[in-house]
Write a protein that binds this ligand. Structure first.
Ligand code: PMP
Length: 441
């Protein structure tokens, strides 16, 4: 596979950009010795600057349920861009997109649009504090909610030296530059363990504003909740007078039309969206019932932003939802079926080649990990039993065969409506080749 042009761009980029790009996740840490610089995408395909073609399973970290350059998205954006890009005023499309979301989500009365998952989560936490007057937030090991100081704790298995007792996990700062206050106000609990949460709430419930979690872990490969666990969490939150905050930045509009809340039958107090919602544009949202959302009225809990409710992004979001909802939500039926097939067949290839690769999924989100365990149920399994370097090697061998599996070793891969049966078959064949090659070494 040729990569001369990417190499040249990387050399130039290293002089003017940190790590030659704009996120550690995209640079040489995950794509050694240098990343492929991507030129364009269409459907489920990517092309890099050296004309290499890939089947894309990274899909902008989950931002593209319809794949790249979907005709309906291209049409609406081309039409609307002629009328201007951004006004920072109230918009018709803002009302229309919110109406659609409220119609789709029974637990939501009102929506506030933002740009990124990080901002949405920062606002969600501030709302929880503003509403309850309580100071602490309880999050879970291995759950990532963006790079806001107050939630950037215990998210990175690569930084772990000690986990501490499961009843009192060590809070591991995931960045330098966090204040001691960020750590003090952020309690960390083990996930998928209702007793552990109950213990924490018993001791700290009076000072906890909200329990925040991903509906399914998606930043530690893919780890589904145990049956009934999320309902138990919700009940415990109600019992201890703590807000239940479901961060659906990844799962929202992806695992089901109503996200993880629909899949697991939940009524969260606060919910945040991002990624899939914008269909590639930066659109995020904070949402919830009226009595929660009124906390941000007139800046009581402050949420501002020059780029909030980006006009083109909202046209894309509305169009994506309309497309996915066609024929009784056929978009979600399709991406979830592809996710299931990928999971089953990748697991079969692993067995056939004798490799200890396991694939877990929730609908369209799936991820291979190399492990001695039959199942990964949480962060501690992931930290202690997953060989990240092997996934790095596997994903590189996939990309070398024209199949773009994410190089980010702790994230996940995803399907979109543009993936075809031929794409799946080619990917499975490539996985067989990659695993066989790994067995020979
Ligand atoms: N919450 C979750 C669950 C996420 O996975 C992410 C991003 N991976 C975020 C929040 C932050 O979103 P963004 O990257 O758009 O800031």
């Amino acid at each position: 596979m040729k990569s001369d042009t990417s190499k040249q761009l990387f050399d130039r980029g290293m002089k003017v950009l940190v790590e030659g790009c704009s996120s550690a996740s995209r640079g040489p840490m995950n794509y050694a010795p240098y990343p492929a610089y991507i030129r364009e995408g269409k459907g489920a395909r990517l092309w890099d600057v050296d004309d290499n073609e890939y089947i894309d399973w990274q899909l902008s970290f989950g931002c593209l349920p319809l794949g790249h350059a979907h005709p309906a998205i291209v049409d609406i954006v081309q039409e609307k861009v002629m009328g201007g890009t951004h006004f920072a005023t109230a918009l018709e499309v803002e009302v229309e997109a919110a109406e659609l979301i409220v119609e789709m989500l029974p637990h939501v009365d009102k929506v506030r649009f933002a740009n990124t998952g990080t901002e949405a989560c920062m606002t969600g936490v501030r709302m929880a504090r503003g509403i309850t007057g309580k100071r602490k937030v309880l999050k879970f090991e291995g759950h990532y909610h963006g790079w806001y100081d107050g939630l950037l704790v215990s998210t990175n298995p690569q930084a772990v030296t000690t986990l501490g007792h499961p009843n009192d996990p060590v809070r591991i700062p995931d960045s330098s530059g966090l204040t001691p206050g960020s750590l003090e106000d952020t309690l960390v609990c083990v996930w998928n363990d209702a007793d552990a949460l109950e213990r924490m709430l018993k001791t700290h419930g009076h000072e906890i504003a909200c329990v925040v979690m991903e509906g399914a872990m998606s930043n530690m490969g893919v780890i589904p909740p145990k049956p009934g666990y999320l309902k138990q969490v919700q009940e415990m939150c109600r019992a201890y007078d703590v807000l239940f905050y479901l961060d659906e930045t990844v799962t929202g509009f992806r695992v089901a039309p109503g996200g993880a809340a629909e899949l697991y039958d939940l009524q969260p107090d606060i919910v945040t969206f991002g990624k899939a919602l914008g269909q590639g544009f930066p659109v995020a949202a904070i949402a919830g019932p009226d009595h929660i959302m009124e906390s941000i009225e007139y800046g009581k809990v402050l949420h501002y932003g020059s780029h909030n409710a980006p006009r083109l992004g909202l046209y894309a979001a509305k169009t994506m939802l309309e497309e996915m909802r066609r024929d009784n939500n056929a978009g979600w039926t399709k991406i979830n079926a592809i996710g299931e097939e990928m999971t089953t067949r990748l697991n079969q290839v692993a067995r056939d080649t004798g490799q200890n690769m396991r694939v877990q999924n929730v609908g369209s989100m799936f991820h291979p990990v190399f492990t001695d365990l039959d199942e990964i149920t949480g962060y501690r399994d992931f930290c202690g039993h997953v060989n990240l370097a092997k996934y790095g090697e596997f994903s590189k061998l996939m990309r070398e065969q024209g199949v773009f599996f994410t190089g980010n070793k702790i994230l996940h891969n995803l399907s979109c409506t543009a993936h075809t049966q031929a794409d799946i078959d080619r990917t499975i064949e490539a996985a067989g080749n990659a695993l066989e090659q790994m067995s020979r070494v």
